[in-house]
Ligand binder design. Structure first.
Ligand SMILES: [Ca+2]
Ligand SMILES: [Ca+2]
Ligand SMILES: [Ca+2]
Ligand SMILES: [Ca+2]
Length: 519
């Protein structure tokens, strides 16, 4: 109890209820929608990253039956948001999701575009221009209805490993259910700077989200897969071992894995108590899950208990608007939107497709974490309780003022953008770079200490719904004017030294450099 008391003293700004920041809707020049009927009922998301090196975050929005579109950030830092559409080479139709990642390690972010049809990898050419690279990189994009993505760099690899999740076999009749097609793992072809032929991940159960994550603090990622029980027979949630040089292998009940069946839509990870063992938020229809390891520690088994109810994050039905039917959750993301040092949670909501047993008027959630670890709904007070049909989303600082802004991609409706106008407390951004193939240090762990309050973030690519953010990692600092920061680089057994960094800036930490540099 003494440690807890000290932690509270170290954060004097914390009142009983969290500060609610005001999000102001700004059209910001963006006119994109995710459109389509049956084959676009799932999917629809946004990739947020800097595609031209000006340190302003740009966006690629999946369009479904409409072309995907790139939106270059040409707003003024600290001011209103503004983007302009430029022809970038990404204008494919059928795109269900899009994620940024530097595949070829040249320091320019590339894109993985999942489609209803052939998936496409796009090489970033700089200046927000892209070119199809399936042939150059040996990427066999298949012809499935792809819906889920994650990426990792396996130990010693000079090229990333991608996981792509697929949904229903769209060539089959819908009855009977159970026609899920295979998910695939794209590993490097050794020494060749290209992908080997994909390995099917059998069995597959209509994945809607995947995430490579070091759930057991082993220094190595496993692959979590969240599956939609609506369309599988005998399926469940999944966790795959990914041992170097070995075929992927499912965790078994003998190893502690417990059967869980949900309408799995999105995965978000956060180490809510900074003990090295991340919690997992899984969106679903009706109640969402928040899983924490039952017995954290070295050699932990993947036995999770659900703490969504006690933490107040079930988000199972609309909290405003009057529609009392159960909710449908999609993209989820943990970020600190008021910079009090406590991670908050955003969930995009929207009916699948005129499902009468579920809410049509289904507001997004913005759940603010309290000092006691429970969460308070603030989506309506913050101004983000849209009733449009949400799918993908991103929390990211789009105008560089230290307050995380929000973009939500809606099905058959316009993408919505909100500027976070605060109030927010102090913050720091951490932009990791390392030499070699894994330029963005995917798999690194960042720890941030203010007084006795510790925050911990693993750098991941994947999860969410239909897209993701590749940007400096944001930490709220409360009233602290500086933070101590250390990094455990991918493949390193021990963390680096603590360094003190001033609040209010993004710091580039380059593994090869002597000291962090303010951007
Ligand atoms: Ca930019
Ligand atoms: Ca690249
Ligand atoms: Ca917070
Ligand atoms: Ca901002």
């Amino acid at each position: 109890m003494k440690a807890l008391a000290l932690a509270l003293i170290a954060l004097p700004a914390l009142a009983d209820e969290p500060v609610v920041p005001k999000f102001v809707a700004e059209q910001a020049g963006v006119t994109a929608s995710y459109t389509g009927e049956w084959e676009q009922m799932v999917g629809g998301g946004v990739a947020v990253f800097d595609c031209d090196g000006d340190r302003k975050l740009d966006m690629v929005i999946a369009g479904g039956t409409s072309p995907a579109s790139l939106w270059k950030n040409d707003g003024t830092p600290g001011k209103e948001l503004h983007f302009s559409n430029i022809k970038a080479g990404v204008e494919e139709t059928g795109v269900s999701g899009v994620w940024p990642i530097d595949i070829d390690g040249d320091g320019i972010r590339d894109l993985v575009m999942l489609r209803v049809g052939e998936d496409v990898v796009m090489k970033g050419l700089g200046g927000c221009r892209f070119r199809r690279a399936n042939e150059d990189w040996g990427f066999q994009g298949g012809d499935g209805w792809s819906t889920a993505f994650s990426a990792t760099f396996e130990p010693g690899a000079d090229w990333p490993t991608l996981a792509v999740g697929d949904y229903i076999d769209r060539t089959q009749d819908m009855e009977p259910w159970g026609s899920c097609t295979d998910n695939h793992l794209y590993r490097p072809e050794p020494g060749a700077h290209r992908f080997a032929p994909p390995l099917p991940l059998k069995p597959s159960y209509c994945a809607l989200s995947m995430l490579f994550t070091d759930w057991n603090h082993s220094g190595r990622a496993s692959l979590r897969v969240s599956n939609d029980r609506e369309y599988y027979l005998g399926g469940q949630e999944q966790l795959w071992h990914l041992d170097p040089g070995q075929p992927p292998r499912l965790y078994t009940e003998a190893e502690g894995w417990q059967r869980l069946r949900i309408w799995g839509m999105g995965i978000a990870e956060a180490d809510l108590n900074a003990d090295g063992y991340p919690e997992f938020f899984l969106t679903s229809m009706a109640d969402s899950k928040l899983q924490t390891l039952a017995a954290p520690g070295p050699d932990a088994k993947p036995v999770y208990k659900d703490v969504a109810f006690v933490k107040g994050v079930t988000a199972h039905r609309p909290y405003t608007g009057g529609d009392k039917r159960p909710s449908t959750g999609w993209h989820a993301q943990f970020e600190d939107v008021n910079n009090d040092g406590l991670t908050d949670l955003f969930v995009a909501k929207g009916n699948v497709w005129d499902m009468p047993d579920f809410a049509q008027e289904d507001p997004n959630n913005l759940l603010l974490q309290r000092a006691d670890g429970t969460f308070a709904e603030a989506g309506d007070k913050a101004g983000v309780a849209s009733m449009l049909t949400g799918r993908g989303a991103a929390l990211a600082d789009l105008n560089g003022d230290g307050a995380l802004d929000l973009v939500v991609v809606n099905r058959n409706g316009p993408a919505e953008i909100w500027r976070n106008t605060g109030p927010v407390a102090n913050w720091v951004g951490i932009d990791l770079t390392e030499p070699g193939p894994n330029r963005d240090a995917i798999g690194a762990v960042i720890e941030v200490r203010t007084g006795d309050h510790l925050q911990r973030r693993e750098v991941t690519v994947g999860g969410g719904q239909g897209g993701g953010v590749l940007a400096p990692i944001h930490f709220g600092l409360g009233q602290a004017a500086e933070a101590e920061v250390r990094v455990t680089w991918p493949g390193d057994a021990a963390p680096g030294d603590w360094v003190a960094l001033g609040a209010g800036s993004v710091w580039q930490i380059d593994k090869a450099a002597a000291a962090p540099v303010k951007e």
